[in-house]
Design a protein around this ligand. Structure first.
Ligand SMILES: Cc1ncc(COP(=O)(O)O)c(C=O)c1O
Length: 384
């Protein structure tokens, strides 16, 4: 059984006594353990760039930075948070399909490696710099990518990157740019994938794509960025990603591609931040309606939107009450029937009971609709 809760009942009660509810709590030890497990399993030639979007809490970023992480940013706000870490150049990346000029200026001033998502990015960067500037090119591959995956969007039309078949045209236009040089490839084609062999199949296809582009167009890649998508369990019977197998597989891929002498980059967000978080909220009231029993909580999709977006609930337990098999629909306090956190089996609940939602360290508060209805933003508590 995989443990999905970074804090036990006693810790949850102690945290709510001090900080009140609802609140997000993050375990520094759990975040560090997750980073170390991945780092030690990977070959030295794989850089780990934490995807800040998963959770931008300052203490979490500082902990990962102290462990040697690089960072993947997707907005000026994320760039500013990473800037506050005072990292040496080369440890920050910037991706996104709609980069504004202020964001490009910020990234360039910070010495960040930009993932260009099309010719417009290349041209705008070229106009902003007065010296040779290396960028990575984000490509939307033509090969079959996680088709059913709503987050990645499959291999159909995409707002991300340049379509693989459009790369020759883009390179022809880019040949006239004065300063920008494409020195890396970026492909992001997985989400919450716990099967190392499936990740490696995608990574292998990306390296093959890089080789084709290199052979056909003489591109020299210093970096190949394989994106994020490393999965974590959200249910106790789900097995975790085998990071050893991932590391061994990436070593084998590097050995199979001797033409590539640069570094690989992984950009995990969920994998690094998810397991350290526990969201705590109390039951406000129980309501029976036409055969359904609702537990209405202090927070809902304003704090945890992922269950609504993906249809997958976060694991939940009733603190201090053990297991139970009473069916509840967990609802939040918002003015919409979309405000649901899942349908679960729990012990008999009453007003005031505390619920703990595990693995909420990634895409928890960072993804919540905190402005909707103007409920107070819950505190985020860092526990070392
Ligand atoms: C460019 C990029 N890198 C990394 C990630 C992190 O993905 P994950 O949290 O699944 O590892 C994302 C997620 O949207 C992304 O868009």
């Amino acid at each position: 059984m995989t443990s999905l809760f970074a804090f036990d009942d006693a810790a949850c009660l102690a945290l709510t006594e001090t900080h009140g509810t609802p609140c997000f709590t993050y375990s520094g030890a759990a975040a560090e353990a997750q980073f170390r497990a991945l780092r030690t399993a990977l070959p030295d030639r794989v850089r780990v760039a934490y995807a800040v979007k998963a959770n931008a809490h300052g203490r979490l970023l500082a902990r990962f930075a102290s462990l040697g992480a690089s960072f993947d940013c997707a907005s000026i706000g994320e760039l500013e948070r990473v800037e506050a870490l005072s990292l040496p150049p080369g440890r920050t990346f910037f991706a996104g399909p709609g980069k504004r000029e202020a964001e490009l200026r910020k990234a360039l001033a910070m010495g960040v490696r930009i993932q260009a998502e099309g010719f417009e990015d290349l041209a705008r960067i070229d106009a902003l710099v007065d010296r040779e500037t290396a960028v990575n090119l984000r490509v939307h591959p033509a090969f079959d990518i996680d088709e059913g995956n709503r987050i990645i969007g499959g291999s159909g039309p995409s707002a991300f990157g340049v379509d693989e078949e459009a790369v020759p045209d883009l390179l022809a236009r880019a040949a006239n740019l004065r300063h920008v040089r494409i020195r890396g490839l970026h492909v992001f084609a997985a989400s919450n994938q716990r099967d190392a062999s499936k990740l490696l199949a995608i990574h292998g296809a990306v390296l093959a794509l890089a080789q084709r582009l290199s052979d056909a167009h003489g591109l020299v890649f210093e970096q190949i960025d394989l994106g994020g998508g490393l999965g974590i369990p959200y249910e106790p019977d789900q097995s975790p990603l085998d990071v050893q197998a991932l590391g061994i597989g990436l070593s084998a891929l590097l050995a199979a591609h001797p033409w590539f002498t640069g570094e690989l980059i992984l950009e995990p967000g969920r994998f690094l931040a998810g397991p350290c978080g526990v969201y705590l909220a109390k039951v406000v009231r129980i309501k029976e309606s036409r055969g359904t029993r609702f537990a209405i909580l202090e927070g809902g999709i304003n704090h945890l939107l992922r269950p609504l977006l993906t249809g997958e609930p976060f694991p939940v337990r009733a603190v201090g009450k053990g297991r139970g098999d009473h069916p509840y629909t967990l609802a939040g306090p918002l003015c919409t029937s979309l405000d649901r956190l899942g349908e679960v089996l729990l012990p008999e609940l009453s007003a005031g009971d505390l619920l703990a939602f595990g693995t909420t360290g990634a895409y928890g508060l960072s993804e919540g609709m905190t402005h909707f209805l103007s409920h107070p933003v819950p505190p985020e508590v860092w526990v070392d």
